[in-house]
Design a protein around this ligand. Structure first.
Ligand code: BGC
Length: 346
């Protein structure tokens, strides 16, 4: 089925979880297809634990992950995670909505990162048992009014579906009983079976990016990428770019950790393509979200090394809640939050 059909046939029903159904134990779901691709999802953080794709007929890991589901309970890197209620940074952990000020926990210097201390990546999500098939699963989360300082009780679902043609679709649905803000993304680190993301090539359909300060907070300026090291309109070797750059921000941040604004092309046109020449694999990212946070993983440490994988976090513009000229994160009670990301492997 073509991508466009897949999107237009997306019929929406958001399941609501009962308090009595709250999960407190780890569970793993494995999605498979006949091509030999498999995807492991865990309920803790509604995370992608593993994506295996055949390389020379050998199932090969495409993402960075821990060996056991328990390891995710203490993860600091958001490996494969669903990030929210608002992903990436909110300056000072503060925002205003309908004339009221909200203060969120600050967990990244003076700022709020990925939704606060006890964000969605650290919650047990409920597996909707009725949704379970060999290639699909839906996970549910209720986040109550005041959770991490955000207004409104929201109900959210994330559906992972693996197609026969090796596309992993992620669909987010959400609703709220009070006006709130929402920006969900997936934080998988891709290496396409290589040791490091630096040997991969990346192409992104983006003509501008958000300028940020030393704390990774957008200044509000939207910068054209032409003739800069932020131009990925043709495929670029990540490592060569990072090592040779003269750009002060890239040098200071030791790589990419920037929000790229996507050109307004149709859903069925890929927004980013990551390629492993060594393994002859490409990952195409399709999304209806307006931006991608490209993060090349400098902060990975412990059992991982810097740059061992990179994230292509399809999302709204970072810190939209404090920049009125960015597209809004506001979700009202009469609206439904609905977003999609597809990771397509070839
Ligand atoms: C952020 C990085 C942060 C990382 C956490 C990314 O989305 O942009 O600054 O270190 O998430 O693992």
């Amino acid at each position: 089925m073509a991508l466009a059909d897949k999107q237009s046939k997306w019929v929406l029903t958001l399941m609501i979880i009962e308090e009595t159904e709250l999960a407190t134990t780890l569970a793993t779901i494995i999605l498979t297809n006949d091509y030999g691709m498999s995807v492991e999802i865990i309920n803790f953080g509604a995370r992608i634990k593993s994506i295996k794709f055949p390389v020379n007929n050998i199932p090969t890991e495409m993402t960075l992950g821990y060996a056991s589901p328990e390891d995710y309970l203490t993860d600091d890197f958001y490996l494969g995670a669903t990030c929210g209620r608002v992903c990436n940074r909110i300056a000072g952990g503060k925002f205003e909505l309908a004339g009221q000020q909200y203060q969120l926990p600050v967990n990244d210097g003076e700022n709020c990162l990925h939704g606060g201390d006890n964000n969605f990546s650290r919650r047990y999500w409920q597996i909707d048992k009725k949704s379970l098939t060999s290639n699909s699963v839906t996970l549910l989360l209720m986040s109550v009014d005041g959770d991490q300082g955000f207004p409104g009780t929201v109900n959210i679902s994330v559906t992972y579906q693996l197609s026969k043609d090796n596309q992993l679709s992620i669909k987010y649905l959400g609703n709220t009983d009070l006006a709130t803000v929402m920006n969900l993304t997936n934080h998988a680190y891709f290496n396409l079976g290589e040791q490091d993301c630096q040997s991969l090539h990346l192409q992104m359909m983006s003509s501008t990016f958000l300028e940020t300060d030393a704390a990774n907070i957008p200044t509000g300026n939207i910068i054209p990428i032409a003739e800069t090291d932020y131009d990925f309109r043709e495929p670029v070797s990540i490592g060569k770019r990072q090592q040779n750059t003269k750009d002060e921000s890239l040098k200071a941040k030791q790589g990419y950790d920037h929000c790229f604004i996507l050109d307004n092309t149709a859903f069925e046109e890929s927004k980013a393509v990551l390629t492993s020449l060594e393994n002859q694999i490409s990952l195409s990212v399709y999304t209806d979200q307006p931006a991608i946070q490209l993060y090349t993983g400098f902060y990975l440490s412990g059992q991982f090394s810097p740059y061992q994988g990179l994230c292509l976090e399809a999302q709204n513009y970072t810190d939209a809640d404090n920049n009125k000229h960015f597209p809004s994160n506001v979700l009202k009670p009469n609206q439904q939050y609905q977003r999609q990301i597809i990771y397509a492997f070839e």
